[in-house]
Ligand binder design. Structure first.
Ligand SMILES: Nc1ncnc2c1ncn2[C@@H]1O[C@H](COP(=O)(O)OP(=O)(O)OP(=O)(O)O)[C@@H](O)[C@H]1O
Ligand SMILES: CC(C)(CO)[C@@H](O)C(=O)NCCC(=O)O
Ligand SMILES: [Mn+2]
Length: 867
């Protein structure tokens, strides 16, 4: 907006001040120096730490050197951390944060890497390091806040974690990329205050580079908005150009984009729109209307009757009329330009749009109306940050060009946006400050956590909502759009699962998280919260600190749920998998690394104790009976799921072994989906044995020990290589890839097949020592390996798995998915290039009805051979 009245302007309401979504708060967790308990996890998909790039590491100098230099040829230190877009109204900041922590490469990982021949050699000249991209905005009128922010986080010097900052070295010629008019206007101020030079980048170049990057690298970045409904679309890279880019900021730029770096500015009139936009903004406050009265009078002169004073009109009515007029005009002018160049797609960017449902609807309506449905208006989730992102892209050594959608994971850490996104003082330093912020937030009352009433939007038939009845409802809910961009985690080690039949059409979630479905999960997750907090607090020793964090977690997660109730599309395209992952991420944000740790331990021990008996029983059966018993065993043991309310109620009624026995007894065929016979025939084909089975496991305890391990052992004894696939990070009571080797080693003590296979797979080393000579002469075994899946959630999205799993998949001809999260909520309908077996017990009545017209405790054995 035009800053013509800044001096006298009253403070802007807090809720209209959101940062671009993410603030400093989420870093509190990172800042706490203590390494998380689960720090041996090296897959850094999420709340965990980015890595040093150790590829190509070599010792420089002779071996006798006491302290030889280690060269990390692919580790880039001078990665640029900050870029700015200083506009007429707002300053947009995109910055990158990372940690220099050395990842711990445990034995399992190293041996798996060797076995799977995972090469991590240099593939690109400027490797992208794992890290996070943050999006923040400030008002240009409050440039000082922005300078304080940069300075307190030392962003201009690579961040407080950078070596140069730690060493206290004072580089004297720091150059920061900046675009927008302010890059010229405020260059001296930046030099003076921060000692940095702004390197100016062309604004149009930046807008185009930013938009192209977003449309390429971020899944479902674009969406349409009609009659209050957002619909996310995935733009095909081969069908992106040409398009029209309309950036509506303080001014309007209209650009025809033909390719990367190929564009032409076709239209755009700053001065007119400038004034009008300023007026709208002023319209939010009565006193500001007064200041811009003349502008409004000329625009509305004919419609306002003479005998009425300006003060007879409600400011919100005036601003809404203005907003409609301007949006409608922008839509029409854009359409005319699209027509002129024969373009079908128009993308709108700039903070004027800012996720405002009303504005987007009006623009969409205009484009639709004038083009008779031929052209489409589309919006971008990061709409306000095109220029800043483009400036960031203009650094030579950022490596972002190499990123694809599967490398990016968006997270929504709790933070200042919930109190309006205002930066109060310096950024938070550690977790304690974060908690005290949370406490303030809790004290502030329920207005923050309570959902904002929105109701079904009534349309005007003119592509807009009905006029809001009071300032409190619709406009207020727009204001919280502050949260609609999260932090982008760049995880170069993620890959698309190579065995997906068609990654383009793959949709992980089985059921759409629509309004009804979300309402159901809202209740389920809210009900589960007290119990989860209790477990989480206990897992951290039940200290006062843990209790405070537990409280804060509960509030934070409830606030997420409230936000999503208010606007289900607030966090982009969001399925049940994302929702369940959000809960795990939120736990990690409050430093709960493994809430179910003791439950998992207890159940592992109990199950390992009865494993030898089970194996003996199995070994006494003939092949066909044994196969059935094994699958029954998997389904029966899948009952141990602490995410299911019904099951948790059961656990209070008996011991693990009792429940397991009961569950096995109830295994009556045919199961709800029962392809066992087909699977059995395939298994018994002697001339066509499987080569490698990827077995994705679910829960700790009986599930993995009494269900999945015996099944894995069956493959091994048949000469099939087995790769156990487990979570990288804890989620509920799921077993993690880090925990598995110990369990395998324990089981191997009683089983030669497992022992030899685990040795062959490098899972247990030196196990032969101390064991009598009997096994030494046996033939070599096929290997049993463990890989992490790259996830920290009970579900799995096969578009983003660890590179380890992707590598293991290359020689696999069978994929087994086990458990509700991974084979029902997600992937039930997924098609793979290899045979797939999906096994689960349905432990939720509603899901059983919805998917299978069945009942809770039904079992699913879905076998999908490729040929
Ligand atoms: N808190 C805010 N303060 C000022 N303007 C805001 C705010 N929130 C949203 N806006 C809207 O964002 C617009 C500014 O958009 P944007 O930041 O994309 O442009 P700019 O870069 O400041 O302008 P230009 O590129 O033309 O110099 C304002 O005109 C106003 O409509
Ligand atoms: C959370 C998962 C997917 C974990 O397996 C599963 O437990 C589940 O879907 N639970 C639904 C909630 C309930 O039935 O209580
Ligand atoms: Mn589970």
């Amino acid at each position: 907006m035009a800053a013509n009245n800044s001096g006298s302007e009253p403070p802007i309401p807090e809720d209209d001040e959101g940062l671009g979504g993410v603030t400093h708060e989420e870093e509190a967790a990172e800042a706490k120096g203590k390494a998380p308990a689960a720090s041996t996890t090296t897959m850094n998909r999420s709340g965990s730490r980015p890595q040093l790039d150790l590829s190509g590491a070599a010792i420089h100098g002779t071996l006798e050197d006491r302290n030889p230099t280690i060269l990390l040829p692919n580790q880039s230190d001078d990665i640029s951390h900050l870029a700015l877009d200083i506009g007429g109204s707002l300053i947009k900041l995109v910055y990158f944060s990372r940690h220099a922590d050395q990842p711990t490469e445990d034995k399992r990982k190293l041996s798996t890497k060797r076995r799977l021949e995972i090469f991590t050699g240099a593939r690109r000249s400027y490797p992208v390091l794992g890290g996070r991209l943050h999006f923040v905005k400030f008002e240009t009128g409050k440039l000082n806040e922005c300078l304080d922010f940069i300075s307190s986080k030392q962003l201009h010097r690579g961040g407080v974690d950078s070596p140069s900052w730690r060493s206290g070295a004072q580089p004297d010629n720091i150059v920061i990329k900046a675009t927008g008019g302010g890059a010229f206007k405020y260059a001296d101020l930046f030099k003076e205050r921060l000692g940095v030079s702004l390197e100016k980048e062309d604004e149009m170049d930046c807008l185009v580079a930013g938009a192209n990057f977003l449309l390429k690298a971020i899944r479902h970045e674009a969406f349409t908005h009609m009659d209050g409904q957002k619909e996310y679309v995935q733009i095909d890279q081969n069908d992106l150009f040409p398009y029209l880019l309309v950036n509506v900021g303080s001014g309007v730029s209209i650009i025809k984009v033909d390719g990367h770096g190929k564009f032409q500015r076709v239209s755009g009139d700053n001065s007119t729109i400038d004034m009008l936009v300023g007026d709208i903004y002023g319209g939010l406050d009565y006193s500001k209307i007064g200041l811009s009265a003349s502008t409004i009078a000329s625009s509305f002169g004919k419609t306002i009757s003479d005998n009425k004073e300006l003060s007879d009109y409600r400011p919100e009515d005036i601003s809404l009329s203005l907003l409609r007029m301007i949006s409608y005009n922008i839509g029409q002018i854009s359409y005319l330009n699209a027509l002129r160049y024969g373009l079908k797609r128009i993308f709108f960017g700039g903070f004027f749009i800012r996720g405002h449902a009303y504005t987007m609807d009006t623009i969409s309506f205009a484009v639709h109306f004038w083009s008779k449905g031929e052209a489409k208006a589309m919006f971008l989730r990061h709409e306000g940050f095109l220029g800043a992102l483009g400036a960031f892209m203009s650094y030579e050594k950022h490596g972002l060009d190499d990123l694809s959608a599967h490398h990016l994971v968006e997270r929504f850490p709790m933070g200042a946006p919930y109190v309006g996104g205002k930066i109060h003082g310096p950024p938070l330093g550690d977790l304690n400050e974060k908690i005290s912020w949370m406490e303030k937030f809790v004290q502030k009352g329920t207005q923050i956590t309570a959902p904002v009433p929105m109701g079904a939007p009534a349309t005007t038939g003119m592509g807009g909502f009905e006029r809001p009845t009071s300032k409190g409802d619709i406009l207020r809910s727009d204001a919280s759009a502050a949260l609609n961009v999260g932090v982008l985690h760049l995880v170069p080690s993620l890959d698309v699962f190579p065995l997906l039949e068609d990654p383009k059409t793959y949709e992980p979630n089985t059921i759409d998280l629509d309004h009804d479905e979300f309402k159901y999960w809202f209740t389920i997750l809210s009900d589960h919260l007290p119990d989860l907090v209790e477990k989480a607090v206990a897992s951290e020793g039940g200290t006062d600190d843990a209790k405070r964090r537990g409280d804060a977690f509960a509030h934070a997660f409830s606030a997420h749920l409230a936000r999503l109730t208010e606007e289900p599309a607030a966090y982009g395209k969001f399925g049940l998998a994302n929702l369940l992952e959000l809960r795990e991420e939120c736990l990690r944000e409050f430093q709960f690394f493994d809430a179910y740790v003791s439950i998992k331990q207890r159940e592992n021990e109990a199950s390992l104790a009865v494993l030898p008996d089970l194996l003996m029983e199995l070994d006494s059966m003939d092949e066909e009976d044994r196969l059935l018993a094994l699958i029954e065993g998997v389904l029966a043991a899948n009952i141990f799921d602490w995410g299911s309310k019904a099951c948790v109620d059961l656990y209070n009624q008996g011991t693990i072994i009792e429940i397991y026995r009961m569950s096995r007894k109830k295994m009556q065929r045919p199961w709800r989906i029962d392809n066992f016979d087909t699977f059995k025939s395939r298994m018994l084909k002697k001339d066509q044995p499987y080569k490698r089975a990827l077995i994705s496991v679910d829960n700790a305890g009986a599930d993995v020990v009494l269900g999945m391990l015996p099944l894995a052992r069956e493959f091994l004894r048949r000469g099939v290589e087995v790769v156990l696939v487990a979570n990288s990070l804890p989620a509920l009571n799921d077993i993690t890839a880090n925990e598995l080797p110990e369990i395998v080693a324990e089981a191997a003590k009683h089983c030669g097949i497992l022992r030899k296979a685990a040795e062959a797979g490098g899972l247990i080393v030196d196990a032969m020592a101390g064991i009598q000579g009997d096994a030494k002469d046996e033939p070599a075994s096929v290997p049993l390996m463990v890989v992490e899946n790259g996830c920290g959630s009970p579900c799995i999205d096969f578009r983003q798995v660890s590179s380890e799993l992707a590598a293991a998949a290359k020689d696999a001809d069978l994929l087994i998915l086990e458990g509700m999260g991974r084979s029902l909520h997600t992937n039930l309908n997924a098609r793979f290039k290899c045979d797939a077996l999906k096994l689960a017990m349905v432990k939720n009545q509603r899901l059983a009805e919805k998917l299978f017209n069945g009942n809770i405790y039904d079992c699913i054995c879905k076998f999908e051979p490729v040929s």
